[in-house]
Design a binder for this molecule. Structure first.
Ligand code: HPA
Length: 258
């Protein structure tokens, strides 16, 4: 059990390639794991990859489950509880996100400092499983201060201008309206996306430490005078991929050393 992974990675749209860099890997397809939902969206492979990354034993989700795909939130967050059961105590969550903050640019990486749950649902609704955590979990420090510092160090090391901000979760699958984006900006949001928050809530419920990284793939609706498309999101993720990979590998290295 000494060799069991302590760090989990949740890889967002177009960012699953990171799992390809895991050495001495064992892969397990989601459909082979009892209780796991199966991923459906294009660009989301569906497997767990266990192995070594930057000298650390990790377990990566190559592809995640989204609420907009029709999964229940207990299904969306099931893998986080599997991680917990396996002894994982820290998670790096990643996603592709639109920028609500006009000063960010597509291709930027944003350290998530906090989130706004704008979806009106919560994965912990229902009977509380006290094996994992309390009925009313505190989200005052949803994103670990310590891991945020390591993320900033990692960015410095590889000379990336890491942005910081608040991630807003919308259910999707429609992108937002310009009026919604103006509202989110007024409410303190910096980036918007359709994932991550359910996993973070369930991870924090189970006292796991979380660090979140958004890959800014587009300016959110209404900021530029142009339509949004999934193609643009995928295209920008591909362009930002090298930096993203370098950055997360550096972050894992720093986590391993600390
Ligand atoms: N809105 C919501 N989700 C997203 C966006 C966006 O603009 N870009 C990538 N994921």
């Amino acid at each position: 059990m000494n060799d069991a992974p302590k760090l989990g990675l949740v890889l967002g749209s177009g960012l699953g390639v990171l799992a390809d860099e895991i050495q001495q890997r064992v892969t397990i397809k989601y459909e082979e794991i009892p209780g796991f939902p199966v991923s459906t969206v294009e660009g989301h492979a569906g497997q767990l990859v266990v192995g070594e990354l930057s000298g650390m034993k990790v377990l990566a989700m190559q592809g995640r489950f989204h609420f907009y795909e029709g999964y229940r939130l207990d299904e969306v967050t099931f893998p986080i509880r599997v991680m917990k059961e396996l002894g994982i105590d820290s998670v790096i969550v990643t996603n592709a996100a639109g920028s609500v903050n006009p000063s960010f640019e597509p291709g930027d990486l944003m350290l998530i400092t906090d989130h706004i749950n704008n979806a009106g649902v919560n994965p912990l609704i229902g009977t509380n499983d006290s094996k994992y955590g309390v009925r009313f979990p505190d989200l005052s420090n949803a994103y670990s201060e310590e891991l945020q510092l390591l993320a900033k160090d990692a960015a410095k090391k590889i000379q990336v201008d890491l942005k910081e901000g608040v991630y807003v979760w919308n259910s999707g699958p429609s992108y937002e309206t310009p009026a919604e984006i103006r509202m989110m900006h007024k409410l303190g949001g910096d980036a918007v996306g359709m994932s991550t928050v359910p996993e973070v809530i369930v991870a924090r419920h189970a006292s796991m430490d979380v660090v979140g990284i958004s890959c800014i793939t587009n300016m959110a609706a209404g900021i530029l005078n142009q339509p949004l498309s999934h193609e643009e999101v995928i295209e920008t993720t591909e362009k930002a991929r090298e930096t993203f990979l370098l950055f997360v590998k550096e972050l894992v290295q720093l986590i391993a050393e600390n």
